[in-house]
Design a binder for this molecule. Structure first.
Ligand code: SAH
Ligand code: SF4
Ligand code: F3S
Length: 451
């Protein structure tokens, strides 16, 4: 007869950026040795984790509506369900959250989740909410288990966290704390484990990933460029990407790596936020629009197939029609393959929140205009790939039977009719049609190509 405890069930919901996606996966890894297995249905779970985002007001509203639904479930189970709130809302609003949602058992900041097992035990012993939003001196990465569940062909790896840049609009420096880079050996060890489990593409993550400055095995500080050079020597790894970058940390050696490192993709996500120097100054971005132009021009020169993505905020306090027009001009000049854009959302505790605000109707109208332009550029970019013969990394099955799906060098989803499963392989594909959010192609029958 087995004396083993029945498995406990865990359900995790993730909001926000890729770093949260990574953190959620690591929390799941951390709880597995305690007997927690993941389930898809929240009502079947003993433990619910909501990993939250605080970046804009709407993100925060999503937290309370989600928690409202979970509260009903918890009551239906006579309270036999633990609810944890983690991530950036937990960090920013810990006490408020515990007051507003007292049925939440645990509130854990993004730097403290390696303590989850201990915090869960505490929550079992006590009534009321257990809160841990410290920025501990130890690095959480040192406390995470090695046996992570495989993420798949494309794997995300956090290498840097936090931010010291304090842009006028942004909560990240407050929710994630000061910038810190993981040591090189720890990154390489995790990368090797990921590749051994089938990863072909690594996406290196950080709020300011190109500011990476991790301690190397030689005792020296390594840059992102040097780290990626070493990672590119891992056999079986085909592609490397990094996100998110800041224009001020776009070193020349990193630009050149897009020519010299064969595994580095010809694609860069480089948020610029605005094309107006006045607004960039108000945002505390510490660079001008021309600096962004120079980076783009240099990259296009050394790597003509380079494509760009960015983030834009419209309606930052002080933004006039002329400032907005400067942003539109920068977009027209650059030509983006992809972009994310938002109306400015005042965040409590950030400098711009206290300034006179641009009217909502004005912000909304500007966003519509900007998104229409970006949409046209994305369509043009996709259309320009029609006729190309280009390598595609296959990641799995397509939506319909007989289809397989992968991604292009430029992150576009590519769908191919093919009977055989090519997951994990890079194969040449001829693109013959562009849909708004994906490309259709046919396989060029030839050997698997090495990177
Ligand atoms: N670290 C990255 C991005 C962080 S947040 C960087 O420095 O670029 C992702 C994006 O959210 C930002 O690039 C910005 O465009 C947007 N964002 C951040 N705060 C915002 C706010 N208060 N209102 C609207 N958009 C915001
Ligand atoms: Fe936020 Fe600016 Fe830091 Fe990016 S660089 S995380 S926008 S403060
Ligand atoms: Fe959101 Fe925190 Fe990421 S605020 S965007 S989850 S760093």
């Amino acid at each position: 007869m087995s004396t083993q405890r029945p498995p406990r069930k865990l359900h995790v919901v993730t909001h926000g950026c890729q770093m949260n996606v990574y953190d959620s996966a690591r929390m799941t890894d951390l709880l597995r040795p305690l007997g927690y297995e993941s389930v898809d249905a929240p009502e079947a779970a003993d433990m619910l984790i909501l990993n939250t985002c605080h970046i804009r007001e709407r993100a925060e509203e999503k937290v309370f509506s989600q928690l409202g639904r979970w509260r009903v479930m918890k009551e239906a189970k006579d309270g036999e369900m633990m609810i944890a709130v983690t991530g950036c809302v937990a960090q920013a609003e810990g006490e408020v959250l515990a007051k507003r949602a007292p049925f939440v058992d645990l509130v854990v900041g993004p730097q403290a989740y390696h303590r989850l097992p201990e915090l869960i035990a505490q929550a079992h012993r006590k009534t009321g909410t257990v809160i841990d939003t410290d920025f501990p001196v130890e690095q959480k990465f040192d406390f995470l288990p090695d046996d992570a569940a495989p993420q798949g062909v494309v794997s995300f790896l956090s290498i840097q966290e936090g931010c010291d840049k304090f842009c006028s609009f942004c909560v990240v420096p407050y929710t994630r704390g000061a910038e810190a880079s993981r040591p090189v050996v720890s990154v390489i060890a995790e990368a090797k484990r990921m590749v051994a489990k089938g990863a072909k593409e690594l996406a290196l993550l950080g709020q300011n990933v190109n500011a990476y400055h991790g301690e190397g095995p030689d005792g020296k500080i390594w840059s992102l460029t040097r780290l990626m050079q070493t990672l590119s020597e891992i056999e079986g790894l085909e592609r490397i990407r990094y996100t998110t970058s800041h224009p001020n940390d776009m070193a020349d050696e990193l630009i050149l790596a897009h020519r010299d490192n064969a595994k580095l993709m010809p694609f860069l996500h480089l948020p610029v936020q605005s094309g107006s120097d006045k607004i960039l100054r108000a945002m505390n971005r510490k660079h001008k629009a021309d600096e962004f132009r120079r980076i783009v021009a240099k990259l296009k020169e050394i790597r003509p197939d380079m494509a760009f993505s960015s983030d834009f905020i419209v309606g930052h306090p002080g933004e006039t029609d002329a400032d907005f027009e400067a942003t539109m001009a920068l977009i027209r000049e650059t030509g983006f393959a992809l972009a994310y854009s938002f109306t400015y959302s005042p965040r409590p505790g950030t400098p711009a929140a206290g300034l006179p605000q641009v009217e909502t109707a004005v912000k909304d109208a500007r966003l519509q205009e900007l998104q229409a332009l970006l949409r046209r550029q994305q369509d043009e970019f996709n259309a320009a790939t029609v006729g190309l013969e280009t390598p595609v990394l296959f990641t799995g099955k397509g939506r319909y039977p007989g289809q397989i799906a992968g991604r292009s060098l430029w992150l576009q989803p590519v769908v191919v009719e093919h009977g055989q499963d090519l997951t994990g392989q890079v194969r040449m594909v001829k693109i013959h049609h562009a849909n708004p959010n994906s490309l259709l192609g046919t396989l060029l029958e030839q050997e698997t190509i090495a990177a």
